[in-house]
Design a protein around this ligand. Structure first.
Ligand code: C5P
Length: 350
């Protein structure tokens, strides 16, 4: 509709979905490169990256929430009394009695964000991307359980094919070899596919539960999205700090700053930046669209990452991989396909 929020005339809903697809591909590629381009002894700490992600995302959300506060005396930001009224109002919103609700998705997202590093370090970029599509399955399951959402028979069929497609991609994952200068190479970084797939499986569970839970909290109250984001980041700090603290106490020779930021080069910062951007976008997509359309955007990102992997990492397309990808894409399309009235009537009549 014309009243829907838009930027440069493009509805925010579509803009955020397309941007999320590009962001997803970029993140997989940059994160994968940042992890496998150096030997494990010179790798940066994922725990530090997850913590930086939460601090940056929380700070950006706090600034936006501050600018959006609506107070009776709101006016120029330079006015000290208007400014302090804003701060008081914002603090009241952030520490509202229901803020504890965000602790659940916060813990789940921290676990997911850590597992994503394990997965991406142990699987090929494109394999990771396709397997991560299992999120659609878990998101559907939790939507039915928590949001009492009804799925059509066609959507259940699509979910079944999604699982089949992901399975096919997994079967051939062991056969994939990196080809460089026409020679089959052993990976510079030793990958453990089973560890990678286990990490993806658990990350898909936390993604589904956290996404649906966040949607439930967001859509069941009037609280501003950016205030919810600040609450999410605040509750993420403790679980994100725990592994960082462990990292420091297990190797306390140097100062804590040098321990945490050891090997934290430009690729690590690039990974964190794309992740921060993605976190903010995800929140926008959940608000202006929903988790189903989010799944569609990420399936588009498979194609982008897949083509980029071929170009950048000499990833060889095997026939099985292509079939698996195709099934995942068709299943995703089917899941998001809203039958017209006549289609659904003929489907119901068999
Ligand atoms: O893959 P999925 O969509 O589950 O990933 C969600 C990502 O977005 C996580 O990294 C999570 O930390 C982030 N997120 C966020 N703020 C929200 C919702 C999700 O930063 N409100």
């Amino acid at each position: 509709t014309s009243s829907a929020p838009s930027l440069w005339g493009i509805p925010l809903k579509y803009l955020s979905l397309v941007t999320l697809a590009v962001q997803n591909s970029l993140l997989t590629l940059i994160m994968h490169y940042s992890r496998v381009s150096t030997p494990p002894s010179r790798a940066y700490s994922p725990a530090t990256a997850v913590l930086m992600n939460e601090i940056l995302k929380g700070s950006i959300s706090l600034v936006i929430a501050f600018l959006r506060v609506d107070t009776p005396t709101s006016g120029t930001l330079c006015n000290p009394s208007a400014c302090s009224a804003r701060i008081k109002r914002l603090a009241g919103d952030v520490f509202s009695p229901d803020c504890w609700k965000l602790s659940i998705p916060a813990i789940l997202y921290v676990i997911q964000n850590n597992l994503q590093f394990v997965a991406v370090s142990n699987l090929q970029a494109a394999t990771f991307q396709v397997s991560y599509q299992m999120k659609i399955l878990t998101t559907a399951g939790f939507s039915v359980l928590l949001l009492r959402k009804k799925l059509t028979s066609l959507q259940w069929v699509a979910l079944f094919f999604l699982a089949v497609g992901v399975g096919i991609v997994q079967i051939q994952a062991g056969e994939v070899r990196v080809i460089r200068d026409g020679v089959v190479q052993e990976d510079t970084h030793s990958m453990n596919a089973i560890k990678g797939f286990l990490a993806v499986a658990v990350a898909c569970m936390t993604s589904g539960l956290a996404g649906v839970y966040f949607e439930m909290v967001l859509k069941n109250s009037q609280t501003d999205l950016w205030v919810r984001n600040v609450q999410l980041s605040l509750f993420s700090l403790l679980p994100a700090l725990a592994p960082v603290f462990y990292l420091y106490v297990s190797d306390p020779q140097e100062g804590w700053v040098s321990t945490l930021f050891r090997n934290f080069g430009e690729w690590a910062w690039a990974t964190v930046s794309v992740q921060v951007f993605g976190g903010l976008l995800t929140a926008l997509v959940i608000k202006y669209s929903d988790n189903i359309l989010k799944g569609f955007a990420t399936s588009l990102s498979i194609v982008i990452s897949f083509l980029a992997s071929v170009a950048l990492f000499d990833f060889r397309i095997t026939f099985t991989f292509a079939i698996g990808c195709l099934i995942v894409l068709v299943a995703t399309w089917l899941y998001n396909h809203q039958p017209t009235r006549s289609e659904s009537i003929s489907w119901a009549l068999g």
